[in-house]
Design a protein around this ligand. Structure first.
Ligand code: ATP
Ligand code: MG
Length: 438
């Protein structure tokens, strides 16, 4: 992609009304534009990141055994009346009427809708277990939308729902989702910590929020530092490892302020391991048994012929919130530092003297060669050297390929790693070898 032809409306000034760094940087790099309060346009650069994140989330859901479908954004009020949530949900729900005066709503979540599906298709223990997911826009009329896409009204969520024959089986589905979350966030370069959350009717440690530590987070958290040393192996096996991984990751005290109890914290966590900070919730896993299946009559026959409500759980990830959360976790005073896995482009190519004909030719050649198999943003504009270098740092693409005055004479380029700022001078032929065979 040539920058001269791309649509990247960057801002030089810091936007005054954005309170947190991720919101400032998303506006400055032309990722989003506010359409109205809490509602955003995803401009091309932002949308590219959103899609990368969505794809990582999807891949780890599928690896964990979940199956993708797509439910509509608009739902009928009827199901919500049956579950009792039509009245309980309150003002966050956007309610509308169709032309026949029927009550409809823009879905803030999908438990009712998916439970209705399960009641039609899952009749026998032979149909279970099943975990279904979709990645779909949600609407919540938040009382105080703020921090850009971090807390907005229209946002993209991945929500999965597990259906099992028994609570015991349900725990297995829960563990798989738990592991899937750890892997998903790790692949994005994030350390998301599972924290015990309010667990509703079943109790027993079956609700966790996944939180990224950041000073700008909305939740206060209390953790045992040792949890920060845990990691998930790349080749982890969902079928065999999930249960042990849940045990490993839940052995240390880690809660948000809703669940905080000073006495337990001080008893369980030695002074040297205590960490009190703030964090951003990026996901929530919750096993709630028959909370929705009972009122919506989603029943299943077990192997002995007995009919019981399906045991179910729901699992959300804030896909669009993650874009901001990653920036909160990965930036410096020059701009964003995208982890490779979510960067909109693999490389940015800077021609610092575009008026030099030979250099322009060389840049074209390099641009064409690399972009055959990699995504590359080519700054072919006539902006000043300083502007180009600053913009490349601001937009945070992991690798910068820099061509300047000496490139022709010495047959070299500079390869700058955005995260460390390290610059290597490399012979151009040597550098291009890795892009052969494409
Ligand atoms: P919060 O406490 O932040 O309001 P929640 O408990 O309402 O979150 P869930 O219903 O569990 O959130 O939704 C799943 C995920 O969707 C959350 O973990 C979060 O990442 C994301 N999310 C929820 N509300 C918003 C919002 N208003 N804007 C952006 N993302 C959101
Ligand atoms: Mg909420």
């Amino acid at each position: 992609m040539r920058l001269s032809e791309y649509f990247l409306p960057t801002l030089k000034e810091f936007p005054k009304d954005a309170e947190i760094i991720s919101h400032q940087l998303m506006l400055r790099t032309g990722m989003i534009r506010q359409a109205s309060s809490g509602i955003y346009v995803w401009l091309p650069f932002g949308y590219a990141v959103l899609k990368k994140i969505e794809q990582i989330v999807r891949e780890e859901q599928v690896r964990a055994g979940a199956i993708e479908l797509l439910m509509p954004t608009i739902q009928s009020a009827d199901l919500w009346r049956k579950s009792g949530r039509y009245d309980d949900y309150g003002a966050e729900m956007l309610r509308m009427k169709d032309r026949h005066d029927r009550d409809i709503l823009y879905g803030p979540t999908n438990e009712e809708q998916i439970t209705d599906i399960s009641s039609h298709y899952f009749k026998s223990y032979k149909n279970l277990p099943k975990t279904l997911f979709h990645i779909q826009w949600k609407f919540r009329d938040e009382i105080r939308p703020r921090f850009g896409v971090m807390r907005c009204k229209e946002f993209l969520m991945k929500d999965s729902y597990s259906f099992d024959i028994s609570e015991e089986e349900g725990r297995i589905s829960y563990s798989r989702m738990f592991l899937s979350y750890l892997k998903t966030f790790q692949r994005m370069g994030l350390k998301a910590i599972p924290m015990e959350a309010e667990s509703g009717p079943i109790g027993g440690n079956l609700s966790h929020e996944f939180i990224i530590l950041a000073n700008t987070g909305e939740s206060k958290v209390y953790i045992d530092k040792r949890i920060l040393d845990l990691e998930i192996a790349d080749n982890v096996d969902y079928e065999n490892d999930s249960k042990n991984i849940v045990e490993e990751w839940t052995q240390y005290y880690s809660v948000t302020d809703d669940m905080y109890d000073q006495e337990t914290y001080e008893k369980k966590v030695g002074q040297e391991n205590r960490l009190e900070m703030r964090g951003i919730e990026v996901g929530h896993v919750f096993f709630f048994g028959d909370k929705y299946t009972k009122p919506l009559k989603a029943n299943v026959q077990d192997s002995e012929g007995k009919i019981n409500p399906i045991q179910s759980g729901s699992y959300g990830i804030g896909v669009s919130r993650l874009v901001a959360a990653i920036i909160e976790a990965s930036h410096d005073d020059k701009g964003i530092i995208w982890p490779k896995s979510v960067s909109p482009f693999d490389y940015v190519l800077l021609n610092l003297s575009p008026k030099d004909e030979n250099l322009a030719k060389l840049s074209e050649m390099i641009y064409k060669k690399i972009s055959q198999n990699n995504s590359l943003l080519y700054d072919d504009t006539t902006s000043s050297v300083g502007e180009k270098l600053n913009k490349a740092d601001l937009i945070g693409i992991p690798q910068q390929i820099i061509l300047g005055k000496n490139s022709i004479q010495n047959n070299t380029l500079e390869l700058k790693e955005r995260s460390s700022g390290k610059v290597q001078v490399i012979k151009i032929d040597e550098f291009l070898k890795q892009f052969n065979n494409g």
